[in-house]
Design a protein around this ligand. Structure first.
Ligand SMILES: [Zn+2]
Length: 67
């Protein structure tokens, strides 16, 4: 089992909530607490593949959203 690898996408600053995207499974809108939740990484991507997928909006998203 592995945890979400969340990269922060929200603005930093006092009172700003942590919102980020997991580069492993591509899930968006994750909070800091989600960093302790299991990442399904449905495509079993390597880090390089996941980064490419995270920055390419045309890439298909994982099916782990909404859980
Ligand atoms: Zn994840």
């Amino acid at each position: 089992m592995r945890y979400h690898a969340i990269e922060r996408t929200s603005p930093k600053g006092p009172g700003q909530p942590f919102i980020g995207t997991c580069w492993q499974c591509g899930m968006t809108g994750l909070k800091a607490s989600d960093a302790l939740k299991e990442c399904e990484n449905p495509a079993n991507l390597t880090q390089d593949e996941s980064v490419l997928r995270a920055i390419d909006p045309s890439a298909p998203k994982g099916n782990g959203e909404g859980k």
